[in-house]
Design a protein. Structure first.
Length: 399
């Protein structure tokens, strides 16, 4: 079913790097979400009134908020498609994130409202009217939301959309909450004990948690998040595959919306190659990055020594000493400047972003001391930089 909808409604559906194709995916997901959620709202609202169940009614309005969310997503996707203009030279792609943030507040508001109603039902319970048709409709709801969640996940994976992945998470939350509502009705039919208010409160809390998750996921790219390690490796390897590039560092990626990013990177080039030749290579990389990666890439050239064995040996010593001191750190832009009485070793040291000033200074001091033991003439001029790449341990904590 999903593949049929994609093939029928998305023109050039395989060319997901195109903004127009991304927009078509977003519009398809929004329209399908609106239709499914309006249908579920109507069915659950009627059932909730018939059986006097606040948990069913809460679930119904949760679906209505989901339909409203799909409408907002639709508007956001269409507005994000607008091209760059004089006031917004990088386009309007971040509107999609703003739309998702609005959705998260709607979800939170619905959850809070029904938490309050559920607490009222716990204090003053009302009798339930169990009917098999009610359970049947709710089971149908679980099936629809499960399909809708998987539908959004598949589309989200195709175009790497955080918004659609958030909808998938929200839909899975709906599956859990509706299943809990079904169990409360079955429990009442079997025991005569009304736990509807408690289940309704649970449903509301799950809805609110989903809203917090959506807000967190959409705020991260708006605030400015660390580079995903996979993206870092992809761009790094893309640049370094060209002849004339010895290495890269200082990659920074700025996200201006899904599929709209610009990046800057320092590329190391041999210091004995004609500058115009190196510049020609850099220009070619920037052009081909736009075509192959869909990335506006700006490259800064750093000339490095590639033939002087003495300089290379000193650099290797510095790399080895730093690795022994702290494997999480690296160095680049290594230069050796000879003076009359001393030899200056000038380089940048990259440390994890969570290192404090005291730890940075201690690393600088220890590295300089080790190099000076190697040769008393060495004087280190070290610039400390932070790493902009997300670390594996931080990602594990977030998960």
């Amino acid at each position: 079913m999903t593949e049929f909808l994609i093939r029928y409604f998305v023109k050039d559906y395989k060319e997901t790097e195109k903004i127009s194709v991304r927009t078509a995916y977003g519009v398809l997901a929004s329209i399908v979400g609106i239709l499914c959620n309006v249908f579920l709202f109507a069915a659950k609202f009627v059932i909730g009134l018939v059986v006097h169940s606040v948990s069913v009614t809460a679930d119904a309005f949760n679906n209505l908020s989901d339909a409203g969310s799909s409408i907002i997503s639709f508007v956001g996707v269409k507005m994000a498609e607008k091209p760059a203009d004089k006031d917004h030279p990088f386009g309007h792609g971040r509107i999609e994130y703003i739309a998702a943030l609005v959705v998260s507040f709607l979800v939170l508001e619905v959850g809070f409202t029904f938490l309050k109603d559920s607490i009222g039902r716990i204090r003053t319970p009302e009798s339930l009217n169990f009917q098999a048709v009610s359970v049947a409709v709710l089971i149908l709801s679980v099936a629809v939301k499960l399909w809708l969640g998987l539908f959004n996940r598949k589309l989200g994976e195709k175009i790497d959309s955080k918004v659609m992945m958030a909808v998938f998470t929200d839909s899975m939350g709906d599956v859990i909450t509706t299943s809990a509502t079904i169990l409360s009705l079955i429990f009442f039919a079997a025991t005569g004990i009304n736990i509807d208010g408690f289940v309704g409160a649970g449903v509301a809390l799950v809805v609110m948690w989903a809203g917090v998750g959506i807000a967190r996921d959409t705020l991260e790219p708006l605030i400015g998040q660390a580079i995903d390690p996979e993206v870092y490796e992809q761009i790094k390897h893309f640049v370094e595959r060209y002849d004339g590039i010895e290495g890269t560092h200082d990659l920074i990626v700025h996200n201006y919306g899904p599929g709209r990013s610009m990046a800057s990177i320092h590329a190391e080039v041999p210091n004995d190659v004609d500058i115009e030749q190196s510049h020609e290579i850099i220009d070619r990389i920037e052009r081909e990055a736009a075509k192959e990666l869909g990335l506006f890439l700006v490259i800064h050239m750093d000339p490095v020594e590639t033939k002087d064995e003495n300089v290379l040996a000193v650099r290797e010593d510095a790399v080895e000493f730093l690795k022994e001191l702290d494997p999480a750190c690296t160095l680049h832009d290594f230069r050796v400047v000879h003076g009359e009485k001393q030899i200056n070793l000038i380089f940048d040291m990259v440390v994890p972003i969570d290192y404090n000033d005291e730890k940075k200074e201690e690393l600088k001091k220890q590295l300089a001391e080790r190099l000076k033991k190697k040769d008393a003439r060495y004087e280190c001029v070290i610039t400390v930089e932070s790493d902009f790449v997300a670390r594996a341990d931080e990602e594990t904590k977030q998960e």
